[in-house]
Every structure is written in C-alpha cells, then in structure tokens.
Design a protein around this ligand. Structure first.
Ligand SMILES: C[S@@+](CC[C@H](N)C(=O)[O-])C[C@H]1O[C@@H](n2cnc3c(N)ncnc32)[C@H](O)[C@@H]1O
Length: 266
C-alpha cells in the first residue's frame, strides 16, 4: 500500500486513529512493528577518562527506514535535536532532499558526532516560519538518562555521563519527566510547528518509561502536544532490547513509537 493511500485510509477513519491514540501507551496492536537491535551505546571501560564517548541515545536501528517510508524522498528535513547526527542515515534509505541538523550540544561532544550538526537551541530555532517541508526528531524521554553527571566509575547510562560534563543550559536531556520537561518540550513542539510548512509532516520518536513502578505516559503526552498543531496520520514503532543495568533495568519498556503528524493547513 502506498504511503498516500495509507494516510488517506487513516484520515477516513478518525475513530480508529482516536482509539489507537488512547491505547498507544498500552498496546502496539495494529501498528507497524520492527524488531531491531539498538546501536551499541554502552561506553567501554577504555573510553572512560579523557576520551569521548558515543552519543548515548541515537536513533535505534529501523527508525530511519520507517521514517523514510512516510516521507517524500525530496522533502527538506530539519532535525532540531539531532544529537550525533543519526538523521543523515535517511540518505541510505533513498532520501534526496536537504537535511538540516542542529542540537543544543556541539557534535564534538560525542565520539561519533557528525560535524554537519550545528548548534541551536530548539526552544528558539534560527529559522523563518515554514522553512522545511518536514521535521524528524527524537527528544530526550524524561527518563533516568537525565540523571546528573556521575563520573564515579559506575556504568550509569546518562547523557551527562556520556558527555563527561554538565549539559548545556536549557537542555531537555537534563530534565526528568516533570513540569519543567513538559513546558520545555511544549515550547520546542511549537517551534517545530512554526518552522514546518502548513500541511507538512512531523515525525517524533518517543518512548514511555517506568518510574517508581508506574508507567510514565510520555508518548501519549507528546501525541497530545503534537495534535495541537495538526492531525496524527500514522504510528510507527521499533522494538528495542532493554539494557541489562541501571535503575529500573528489569522494567524497561521495549518499544519506541514514531508519531507522524500532518500539520494544520494554516
Ligand atoms: C534522543 S537524543 C537525539 C539523538 C539523535 N537522534 C541521534 O541519532 O544522534 C535527544 C537530543 O536532544 C538534544 N536537546 C535537548 N534539549 C535541546 C534543546 N533545547 N535544543 C536542542 N537540542 C536539545 C540533546 O542534546 C540530545 O542530543
């Protein structure tokens, strides 16, 4: 089934999409699944010390293939939270349009940083309204990866530990799931809606997590935020293996969700 007909099918069935939306945190039934292994993001013992570590939360294997399947190949794409630059993998899936990548941290922070990623704060993007035909991104998830810098030899998988320093002011990667996280991300989603063309596509990869034994509905909250700027037209998912160490490791959830939004026409 072609990508347009799939979106058309969903638009003709608003009840179906609403039901999927409500149950997004509870079930992956009816959405596209791809079992995949995450890239190895664990920092090796030999990388401790002064050596750079890889970005700790790159796009998982399968995400860019699925994203390419819903994008026009010629779309001008922005990733405003681009990390080490995983967004450029779209080119390996036939994408020929321009790709602009920015992050609040410079790519030199990471051993695998792509120097095409420029520094910009997604809360105030340096682009005119309607500059891109699509935005593709994955925010920090407000989970324990936002824990503080702890260079104490433990294998805690956090952004700050991987960076080996405090994160930039305003980085959502240092924010736990909280009002602070939500107000920051809400502002970023408004910026994303501002810089994409009316009727453009926004693809946001996100994931729930467990805190104090309770599932935190990050994906559903993100979906609600995005729906303030348009219509949800598709849901994607990749399965990821849980990590074997860290807080709540036994409870980690196994799927990341790709929310696909078509922005309002005006
Ligand atoms: C899940 S990671 C993205 C990784 C990326 N997809 C990759 O494959 O390398 C989320 C990124 O959001 C960035 N970030 C957090 N707050 C930001 C902000 N206010 N402006 C821009 N980037 C921000 C973090 O620095 C982090 O690199």
């Amino acid at each position: 089934m072609g990508r347009n007909s799939r979106h058309e099918r969903i638009r003709r069935n608003p009840l179906t999409i609403a039901r999927q939306a409500v149950t997004i945190s509870a079930t992956l039934s009816g959405i596209q699944m791809m079992q995949a292994a995450t890239r190895s993001t664990e920092r090796c013992e030999s990388e401790l010390g002064n050596k750079l570590s890889p970005h700790p939360a790159r796009y998982s294997v399968g995400m860019m293939a699925l994203t390419a399947s819903v994008l026009e190949t010629t779309a001008s794409v922005l990733d405003p939270m681009a990390g080490a630059g995983g967004i450029f993998e779209l080119q390996q899936h036939g994408h020929t349009g321009t790709i602009t990548a920015s992050d609040i941290e410079p790519p030199t922070t990471w051993a695998n940083g792509d120097n095409r990623v420029v520094v910009a704060d997604a809360r105030a993007l340096p682009h005119a309204n309607h500059s891109f035909s699509a935005v593709v991104t994955s925010p920090p998830y407000g989970n324990r990866m936002a824990d503080k810098l702890l260079l104490d030899g433990t294998r805690r998988h956090t952004y700050a530990n991987a960076a080996g320093r405090m994160l930039a002011d305003g980085s959502a990667a240092a924010m736990q799931w909280s009002d602070n996280y939500r107000s920051t991300m809400s502002r970023i989603y408004s910026e994303i809606a501002r810089v994409v063309v009316p009727g453009g596509l926004v693809v946001v990869w996100v994931k729930d997590h467990i805190r104090s034994g309770e599932r935190q509905a990050v994906a559903a909250w993100t979906m609600n935020q995005l729906q303030q700027h348009g219509e949800l037209v598709d849901l994607l998912a990749v399965g990821v293996p849980s990590m074997k160490h860290g807080a709540n490791s036994e409870l980690r959830l196994t799927a990341e969700i790709g929310l696909v939004l078509k922005t309002n026409a005006n």
